[in-house]
Design a protein around this ligand. Structure first.
Ligand SMILES: [Zn+2]
Length: 109
């Protein structure tokens, strides 16, 4: 997806539309018929914490902050324009980011 070239949250992945400083979305059949995917700028902090807890050394390349795309197919797509997903979006394993996507905007919890 070309995200390897992007090293700051100020630069969006190609084709993505910003919802907030660290969240964007893209119209894409990323997962079956679900029409969009959601990008977040992931600092990998939860992965680092997990590695520290469990005593293993993470691969540093995989721990670089980056835009990460995920399917939103577990969510109800209430509206595409403006984008509205229910329920809230949460990334507990990688960085702990949690918020709502409503009215085309990200609102952190
Ligand atoms: Zn994350």
């Amino acid at each position: 997806m070309g995200s390897q070239d992007i090293t700051t949250p100020e630069t969006l992945p190609p084709g993505a539309t910003r919802l907030g400083p660290l969240v964007a979305w893209e119209k894409d059949a990323f997962d079956g018929d679900y029409p969009i995917c959601v990008w977040h700028w992931c600092d990998k902090s939860e992965w680092r914490a997990k590695a520290a807890r469990e005593g293993w050394t993470p691969v540093e390349d995989a721990m670089c902050p980056a835009w990460v795309p995920v399917s939103a197919s577990a969510h109800t797509l209430v509206s595409l324009d403006p984008l509205h997903l229910e329920p809230s979006v949460y990334w507990p394993d990688c960085c702990g980011m949690h918020g709502w996507i409503r009215d085309g905007q990200w609102r952190g919890v």
